[in-house]
Design a protein around this ligand. Structure first.
Ligand SMILES: Nc1nc2c(ncn2[C@@H]2O[C@H](COP(=O)(O)OP(=O)(O)OP(=O)(O)O)[C@@H](O)[C@H]2O)c(=O)[nH]1
Ligand SMILES: [Mg+2]
Ligand SMILES: [Zn+2]
Length: 296
């Protein structure tokens, strides 16, 4: 029996590909994970046991973080891609994702593709103002691509965004050796037409990037739950204001003397960021306390 350590680079139907010093090994997961309700994720650092009967993931090392959408572990940054058209960028989805990142200690990077088709610089500006790396680019004309030069430099990145936003296309233009399958948006009618079907981690330069299947907007509703008491901390652009409200325990939604609301009114915080916050706050409030113990 031999034990090796490695990193899960792909998982499909209970079969995992683990990159180890001895090459990529195809593994099943031990039943124990199912019993504990733990599902191995791409990005997991694992121990693989190889014996006469085959190879299995026998241990998952402690995670630095884990997201359920996209399902990845131990990432340093999440690159959120939105297409300029079909569909136009949705700030609520982006804000849900940046909040999930901030909760998990992951750097969100916000990028708007297809700037050859529509001007989306106002969206990029919202996220730049919120303090994130944010830019527009076109994979077709090459405009803005140099902004990615240091984004993927080192560490583990994951791409996320609507199906058809251009995630795999971006990887192909930055790293032509990958030759990932990309899809024509006009052929993606309705839900479930994803060109990329599985999360997969690629070693590029001195880091890793995970390409992931896109989501349809509906997928994200209700996922990545954040308690209302923690939500404001997941909007780092509120940080300079949120401790200066008149009332302790201010929800920053409607109170008198709320510094966050004042900053929104004065244009110091973007309105759309606060709209998303209020909506997520209402959602979080609607979850009864007894259910909160089940969620983390
Ligand atoms: N005009 C224009 N088209 C783009 C750009 N980036 C990607 N596309 C096109 O958008 C379509 C979808 O691209 P993909 O890379 O397959 O999208 P994806 O985000 O990987 O989609 P899923 O794998 O389904 O999640 C393709 O037809 C691309 O050629 C861009 O910057 N400009
Ligand atoms: Mg893709
Ligand atoms: Zn307040």
């Amino acid at each position: 029996m031999e034990r090796l350590e490695g990193i899960i680079i792909k998982g499909v139907g209970g079969l995992y590909s683990v990159e180890t010093p001895a090459g990529v090994i195809a593994c099943k997961a031990r039943g124990i994970f199912r019993k504990d309700g733990v599902k191995p994720l791409v990005g997991d650092r694992v121990e693989v046991t190889v014996d006469g009967t085959g190879s299995a993931v026998s241990k998952i090392f402690e995670r630095k973080n884990a997201l359920n959408r996209p399902p990845v572990a131990n990432i340093d940054r999440l690159v959120i891609i939105s297409g300029a058209v079909s569909p136009a960028p949705g700030t609520l989805i982006i804000d849900r994702l940046t909040a999930a990142c901030e909760k998990n200690g992951i750097e969100p990077v916000v990028a708007f593709s297809k700037c050859d088709l529509a001007d989306v610089s106002r969206f990029a500006e919202i996220y730049r103002k919120a303090g994130f790396r944010s830019f527009v680019y076109s994979a077709v004309t090459g405009e803005g691509l140099d902004a990615f030069a240091d984004v993927f430099d080192g560490g583990v990145s994951a791409l996320t965004g609507n199906s058809g936003a251009g995630k795999s296309t971006l990887m192909n233009v930055l790293f032509p050796e990958l030759q990932l399958e990309t899809g024509d948006v006009s052929k993606k009618l309705g839900r479930g037409r994803h060109t990329t079907r599985a999360v997969e981690l690629f070693r590029v330069g001195n880091g890793y990037i995970a390409d992931t299947p896109g989501f349809s907007s509906l997928d994200l509703d209700g996922s990545g739950f954040i308690r209302r008491t923690e939500l404001a901390e997941c909007f780092s652009d509120f940080a300079p204001y949120r401790d200066r409200c008149r009332f302790t325990g201010c929800s920053h939604t409607a109170e008198k003397g709320c510094e966050v609301l004042r900053a929104v009114a004065d244009g110091e915080i973007c309105q759309s960021r606060h709209e998303s916050y209020k909506l997520m706050y209402e959602e979080a409030k609607a979850v009864p306390d007894w259910m909160l113990d089940k969620k983390k």
